[in-house]
Design a protein around this ligand. Structure first.
Ligand code: AMP
Length: 542
């Protein structure tokens, strides 16, 4: 017997219709690439998203055709999120930090038909358009006055003209909720990039789950600053959860330096911010020396890479901001776990609470996870045994776009490539990417643990730990560190700093100071590149 409830499909258009109707006067504030601050409301987003839909109809784009973006976080990008997917096309957010060759490859692989880009990326588009014959229309996110003449790009139009010639009248179509809504290529360090292809259903379920109090905990009382880019897993789904909750949104544009982000937080009464650790490093680096304080910010969700304990402590103790440590990946839309305490933890002493907060957190309802050993056997949840982390759920990838890379699943589970422990309360802790684990004398050393200790040293801005070949131990850890501007620390001082903080055999064999650690397009340390740079390096004991 089937249930007798109504069966409206879960569609992204329903989010913008809801935000428009129930939170129509709530503000969306953007720092524009033009330099000024732009301000309008959810009602305006809805109106202009309908104009986007009509512009795509006029372009004769079919259902499921791809519309690409190369854009910062801003209001026009938000309109594309709803206008493109809401009208049944697929939004393909391209990471502009990728190499132009990769961008051209991705645009062709995705079969993009329209490319919308911020003025910042005009040179990039000029460099790649010749290699993207499938793109019929280029749209610069600006008004006609700002569109330069003689760009050399055929079929280029200013966004305001492109949508402006259409009325804001449009009936959002109804279709199967399993239809594709957006896509995102993984940063993939090996092989060709692979795309996760999200559906309306997966996006809406994720948006519901992400908004829960123990997850992102968003509400209509929040003013939310997604610093995490809209080209990185849909800004962790925040645009969708924001429409679902009706919160105020504040977009930083391309100005991600500490000063700009701080000023925006203060000016717009931001209560909630989301980003990767590197961005918060820049913010704290600006606030400390200038003796600044937050007047409204009370929560920040940090993920994408392990959040150093020193950062959690600084936010909590110096600035009174709660840090929510999150873990996920492109293939998971992206949220998998979030770290919040349980009722029984409330009475624990502060240092015990802190031990929990450092973990990547508990699974969100909807995400099933397990750790497995080398032979695929499931491992116990004891907080000590580590294994390969696998996940499954309605917003986890089943297959990559065009079947790239073959079947990614193992007995129905998606292998994340992360190595983790899970404790009896279900708190998961990543110890490494499987390829970054250091194997020393048959024991595993977590590079994240070793990096976290170094990053707690006041003179260290960033640290990476990599395994170096060793004839006796197989591998030994080497610490690569960047000093804070003007700060001093010697190799010996840094190694002595490990005393009492980790087992002796886990202390790095050596320290190499560098000016910068190579970062990938999503702000993660590129250990493959670092290892290449260190190919002539030999440990002192070798
Ligand atoms: P991406 O698909 O580019 O978002 O990368 C996903 C990968 O980032 C995960 O598989 C993890 O290796 C890493 N990652 C994300 N969040 C965290 C976190 N909180 N701690 C440690 N690693 C993380």
């Amino acid at each position: 017997m089937l249930g007798l409830m109504q069966g409206q499909p879960l569609l992204i258009s329903s989010l913008i219709m809801f935000a428009e109707r129930h939170h129509g006067d709530t503000q969306i504030v953007s720092r524009r690439v033009e330099g000024d601050i732009h301000r309008y409301t959810w009602a305006d987003v809805g109106r202009r998203a309908r104009q986007v839909a009509r512009a795509l109809d006029a372009q004769k784009l079919d259902f499921s055709d791809r519309v690409a973006t190369l854009a910062w976080n801003g209001y026009r990008h938000l309109e594309l999120y709803f206008g493109v997917s809401g009208s049944g096309r697929v939004l393909h957010t391209i990471n502009p930090r990728l190499h132009p060759d990769q961008i051209a490859w991705i645009a062709e692989h995705a079969e993009d038909r329209v490319l919308c880009f911020d003025a910042t990326f005009l040179p990039l588009v000029q460099a790649v358009h010749g290699r993207c014959p499938g793109i019929r229309q280029y749209v610069m996110l600006c008004d006609a006055k700002a569109l330069p003449a003689d760009t050399g790009i055929p079929n280029l139009v200013a966004y305001e003209d492109w949508i402006g010639r259409h009325p804001a009248v449009y009936d959002w179509p109804e279709f199967d909720e399993n239809s594709a809504s957006s896509m995102c290529y993984t940063s993939g360090t090996t092989g060709n990039p692979k795309a996760a292809l999200y559906s309306h259903r997966s996006t809406l379920l994720h948006a519901y789950a992400a908004a829960l109090p123990d997850v992102m905990g968003l509400s209509a009382r929040d003013s939310v600053l997604p610093v995490v880019p809209m080209f990185h897993v849909n800004a962790w789904g925040i645009p969708y959860s924001a429409a679902l909750t009706g919160c105020k949104l504040v977009f930083p544009g391309g100005a991600l330096d500490g000063k700009s982000v701080y000023e925006l937080i203060e000016a717009e009464g931001v209560t909630y911010a989301a980003g990767v650790p590197t961005v918060w490093q820049m913010l704290l680096g600006h606030m400390g020396p200038n003796k600044l304080r937050f007047s409204t910010l009370n929560r920040t969700v940090i993920g994408g890479s392990a959040c150093p304990p020193a950062m959690i402590t600084a936010f909590r103790e110096q600035y009174g901001v709660e840090v929510l440590h999150a873990w996920g990946m492109t293939e998971m839309s992206p949220l998998g776990t979030l770290c919040t305490l349980k009722n029984k933890h409330q009475s624990l002493p502060e240092d015990e609470k802190m031990k929990i907060r450092l973990k990547q957190g508990r699974a969100i309802y909807g995400v099933d996870m397990r750790i497995v050993g080398d032979d695929g056997e499931t491992l116990p949840w004891d907080g000590k045994t580590y294994g390969d982390l696998q996940v499954r759920g309605p917003w986890v990838v089943r297959e990559y776009f065009k079947g790239e890379g073959g079947d990614p699943l193992r007995e129905g589970w998606f292998p994340t490539g992360d190595v983790a422990t899970i404790d009896a309360d279900g708190y998961m802790q990543i110890t490494d990417r499987s390829k970054d684990v250091i194997k020393s004398g048959g024991e595993w050393i977590s590079s994240i643990d070793i990096e976290n200790i170094a990053m707690a040293h006041p003179a260290v801005a960033m640290a990476a730990c990599v395994g170096m070949p060793h004839p006796k131990w197989d591998e030994r850890p080497l610490l690569v560190a960047v000093k804070k501007p003007g700060a001093e620390v010697s190799r010996e001082e840094l190694l002595a700093f490990y005393e009492g903080k980790t087992a002796k055999w886990q202390v790095p064999d050596d320290v190499v100071f560098v000016d910068a650690i190579p970062l990938g397009a999503t702000g993660k340390m590129l250990k493959t590149r670092l290892r290449e740079q260190l190919k002539d390096y030999r440990l002192p004991s070798v």
